[in-house]
Design a protein around this ligand. Sequence first.
Ligand code: CA
Length: 645
Amino acid sequence: MKKLSVCLVLSLFVSGLLASERSFNSPDGSLTVTVTDNGGQLAYSVTKQGTLFIESSPLGLVADLDDLSKGVTLTSADEKRITDSYQLKTIKQSQVNYEATEAVCQVEKDGRHAMDVIFRISNRDVAFRYRVYPKKDTRVCVVKEEKSGFSLPEGTTTFLCPQSKPMGGFARTSPSYETSYTLDEPVGKNGWGEGYTFPCLFKTADKGWVLISETGTDGGYVGCRLLNQQGGSYRIGFPQPGEMNGIGSVTPALSLPAATPWRTITIGTTLQDIVETTVPWDVVEPKYAASKEYTYGKGTWSWIIKMDSSCNFNEQKNYIDFAAAMGYRSVLIDALWDVQIGYPKMEELARYGKSKGVGIFLWYNSNGSWNDAPQSPIGKMDRSAARRKEMAWMQKTGILGIKVDFFGGDKQPMMQLYEDILTDANDFGLQVIFHGCTLPRGWERMYPNYVASEAVLASENLHFGQGACDNEAKCGCIHPFIRNTVGSMDFGGSTLNKYYSADNKRGTVRRTSDVYALATAVLFQSSVQHFAMAPNNLEDAPEWAISFMKDVPTTWDEVRFVDGYPGKYVIFARRSGGKWYVAGINADEKPLKTRISLPMFEPKSALTVYSDDASLNGSVSTLKQNKKQQVAIEIPQNGGVVIMQ
Ligand code: CA
C-alpha cells in the first residue's frame, strides 16, 4: 500500500502536476458538472441524474499573452447560489425566476492567477465562460483559439444547420445562417466543411436531448460556430477568414480583464427543457436602459407577396389601411422605399399612418463594404454620423423601428456594428429587427429595443422557390425546437394567400393550410410580427382565420411543450395573460392522431378548436375536454390545430 502511494505521488510528480478535480451541482442536484486539470489541461463533464450527457471535454484558451490550454492548474473554486428575477416581454416567458449554482474556478499558469472558468448550473442548463486577467503590463490580448469542446456520448444523433461558406449566394451575402437543417444524422460530419450555425441540437440515444449554443456575445468578441473534430467531439470555432469581404481578423481581441461570451448547454430527458429554457437571457445583463417604454404587436408587410415594386406610396397606403382594418400597430416598408417613395412622401405616409393608428418600420441595407447587396437605402447604417442623422429624421417623422439587412458575418467588427446600431437606435426610440444576419445571443435582455432576427430559412424562400413551399411544414416543425428556442425569430409567415403573387393566381403554391398559418402565429415567437397576409385576404380568406389573426398576441407569458419531434410535428401551449393557446402542426405524411393532456384548461371545459379535414379545409368547432383533461386531435400533413378556451 505504502509502495503504491509512493509510486502514485512519484508519477504525479513526474508529470509535474497534482490533478485537481471539483464537482458542482445544480440547485435541485440533478445536473452535475465535474471540472479537472488532469495533466495540466482543463476538462469538464456533465451528468444529469447520474447519466453522462457531456463526456470529458476540453476547456481553455490559447491567447497571445499565454497558452491557457495547457500547463495550467485548478487552484480553487468559489461556489455560491445565484438567484435572479427579471421581466422580459420580448421572449417566450415574461417573468423569469432564475436559480443557479455559480462556480468560479481559479486557474493558474506558472504560479500566476491567469484565468477563471465561471460556471452557472441551473436545473436544466450549464453555462460557462472564461475571465482572462492581465499579465504584468500586458493589458490586451488576442484569443487565437478557444478550446471549449462538447463531447457527446456514443449513439448521439444530430439536428444541425450547416454553416455556409462566406461571400456566396445572392450578392455574396452569405453566411446568412439560413441553410437547411439535417435531421437525426449520425455524428462525425462537419456540415459542408465549415461546421454548424448555433444553436445545435443533439439526441443522445435514449437518454435525452442536448442543445448547445452561446449567449452574451457583443462587440467584445466574435460570434462563434460549432466545428466537428471527429466522432461525437465538437468544439467552438471562430468566424471564417472570408467573412465580411475578408476585412478584419477571425480572432477576438480583449481588453483585460475581460470575460468571453457564455457557452450554453441545455439538457433534457424530453424536449420540454429544450423548449422552455431561458438560459440565453438568464446569464446576461441589460447593457443600457430603454429610452422609452417600447410596445409590441402585429403588422402588415407587402414585400413578401408583392416584392420590390410594391414599396411605392399607393401600395403602402393600402397596407396601412389593411393594418388598420386588422387592428395592427405597424406596417413594414421594405427595400427601395427611399427611391420609390422618397423622404418627403415617407413623411406624408407616416402622417397618414398616424391618423390610422399605424406606425412604420423601415428597411435599411447594413452596407458598408461587406457584400454586393445593391438595395437602398444604403450607406446609412454602417457608420455612426450618417446613422444618427438618419435616426434623428426617423424620430422626427414618427418611425417606429428599423429592419436592417445583409450583414457580413460574425467577426468582431460586425458584432460591434450590431451593438452600435442597437445602441444608437435606442437613443432615438427605435426598435430594431435584423435580417440577413447572425443569431441573436441574449440580445432581447442586453438591448431593450432589440426585437428579433431572421437567422433562419424564412418566409422569403416560400416566395422564391416551390421546394421551400413543399418543405414548409417540415421546417416549421424544426424551428420551434432549435432556432426559435434561443432567440426571437423574424420569420414573416402566416400567409393566407394560395399563391405568392400580387394577383394570388400564379407564383409558388402554398401547401400548408389556413389553420397551419394560425398555428404558426402562435408557435413562431417574436414580439413584433409582420405577417405575410395581403389586403385581399379580407375578402378571400375564411372569416374565422381573419378574426383569429386580429386577436392573436405576439407577446407571451409562458410556454409549455406538449408534444412533438423535430421535423415531424410540434405542439406547444403558450399563455398570454389568462388565456392559453395550444397550437400544433404536422409535417409527417401520416396524419397525426394523438391524445394530448391539457392541464392548463379546467376539467370538462368547452374548448374552441381550429382544425383541418383530410383535404386541409379548416373549420372551427367546440370540443369538451374529458375528466382527465385530455383531448383527441388529428392533424393531416401540412395542416394545423389551435385549441383555446
Ligand atoms: Ca434572408
